[in-house]
Design a binder for this molecule. Structure first.
Ligand code: ADE
Ligand code: ZN
Length: 326
C-alpha cells in the first residue's frame, strides 16, 4: 500500500528543500550555514522555535527565481519517487522577494515552469497555496494576500497562514483572508498544532477556512471534534511532523486514528519532509503499522484529499482518472 498513488495537501516548498540542496546553495553564495546542520548533514533544531529559525536561515540562500526553479524540481522529484501524483505546496512570497508583487511574479513564473517540467517528466501535478507567516504580522500578511489575489488562477489556487501559532490572533489576519476569499482562493490555516482547541475554533470563526493545517489538538475537545465532523472540515494531518517536533511521543499516541474514527475528514501529508526524516511513503507505512490501516483506508483518505484539493474541476477530474487507473 505504500506504493499506492498519493495526494498531499500540506507541503512547504522551502521546508521540503533537501539539506544537500541548501548546502550547495550556501557554498555557491559563500554563506556559512554550518550551524543549521548536524554531523550527519541533516537539519538540526532543538524545538519548534528553533525549527523556525533553522527554516528561515535555510531560506536565506534561496535568493533568485532560478533557485526556486531548481528547488521545485528537486522537491517534486522526491515527492514523485514517494508515489505522490498531486501535491499542494505552500509558497511564501516572504521568501520570494520579501512580499514585493513584481518580484513575486518572477519567482512564481520560475516555480510554475519547473512544475510544468516535472509534470511532463514525472507525472506529478503541483498547485500553489500562497501562505503568509503569522509571526511576520498582519501588515505583511496583507501584502502577501495581495500577491495571492493578483496571481490567483489555474496554478495559485489557495491561501493560508503558517508560522508561530502562539503569537497574535486569527482575527488579526481576517482582512488578508477576506481578500483571498474574494479572489476565489481556497482557504486553510495552521491551527491546533501549538495552540489547543480554541485556536482551531478561532481559525474557523475569524478566517472562515474549509481546511485546517494540522488541527490535531481538536481531539482535546469532544464538542469540537463533533463540530469538525458535522461541518466536514478537512484536517491536513502531518503525523511524522508532529512526532518529530515532540507534540506526540510516538505513532501509536498520535490522534489521527481517533479523529478519523470520530468521523473527522483527515488527510495525510509530510509538512517539511527532510526536517522530519519522512516521505509520503514512510507516512503511509507508519500509519499502517500503528493503526492497521489498509489499502482501502488509504484509498478513502485519497478521496477526501481529492475533494478537498483547491484545484480547478479539470485538474480534479484528471487526478481522479489517475487514481482510478491504479
Ligand atoms: N512552517 C513550516 N512548517 C510549519 C509547521 N509545522 N508549523 C507552522 N509553520 C510551519
Ligand atoms: Zn505546515
Amino acid at each position: 500500500m505504500s506504493d499506492q498513488p498519493k495526494l498531499e495537501l500540506h507541503l512547504h516548498l522551502e521546508g521540503a528543500a533537501p539539506p544537500a540542496f541548501i548546502r550547495a546553495q550556501a557554498k555557491r553564495k559563500n554563506t556559512d550555514l554550518s550551524r543549521i546542520f548536524d554531523e550527519n548533514g541533516t537539519y538540526a533544531y532543538r524545538d519548534f522555535a528553533d525549527f523556525l529559525r533553522v527554516y528561515e536561515a535555510a531560506c536565506t540562500v534561496l535568493t533568485s527565481p532560478q533557485d526556486f526553479h531548481d528547488l521545485t524540481l528537486a522537491v517534486l522529484e522526491r515527492s514523485a519517487e514517494a508515489g505522490v501524483i498531486y501535491t499542494e505546496a505552500f509558497l511564501s512570497p516572504d521568501f520570494c522577494g520579501g512580499g514585493d508583487l513584481a518580484a513575486w511574479r518572477d519567482y512564481l513564473a520560475a516555480i510554475e515552469a519547473a512544475a510544468q517540467q516535472a509534470e511532463a517528466q514525472m507525472g506529478i501535478t503541483l498547485r500553489g497555496c500562497v501562505t503568509c507567516i503569522r509571526h511576520f504580522g498582519p501588515d505583511q500578511a496583507r501584502r502577501i494576500a495581495k500577491c495571492a489575489q493578483e496571481t490567483a488562477g489555474h496554478f495559485i489556487t489557495g491561501f493560508g497562514i503558517a508560522g508561530d501559532e502562539t503569537v497574535l490572533h486569527p482575527r488579526d489576519f481576517a482582512y488578508a483572508f477576506d481578500a483571498a476569499r474574494e479572489a476565489g482562493l481556497g482557504l486553510t490555516a495552521h491551527a491546533g498544532e501549538w495552540g489547543g482547541p480554541d485556536s482551531v475554533r478561532d481559525a474557523l470563526t475569524h478566517l472562515r477556512v474549509s481546511r485546517i493545517g494540522h488541527g490535531v489538538r481538536a481531539v482535546e475537545d469532544p464538542a469540537l471534534v463533533e463540530h469538525l465532523a458535522e461541518r466536514g472540515v478537512v484536517l491536513e494531518v502531518c503525523p511524522g511532523s508532529n512526532i518529530a517536533l515532540g507534540l506526540y511521543r510516538d505513532w501509536r499516541s498520535h490522534p489521527i486514528d481517533r479523529l478519523r474514527r470520530a468521523g473527522v475528514r483527515v488527510t495525510v501529508s509530510t509538512d517539511d519532509p527532510p526536517f522530519f526524516h519522512t516521505t509520503m511513503r514512510n507516512e503511509y507505512t507508519r500509519l499502517a503499522d500503528a493503526f492497521g490501516w489498509t489499502e482501502q483506508d488509504f484509498a478513502e483518505i485519497n478521496q477526501i484529499a481529492l475533494h478537498a484539493a483547491f484545484c480547478d474541476p479539470e485538474t480534479r477530474a484528471a487526478i481522479k482518472k489517475k487514481l482510478e487507473a491504479t
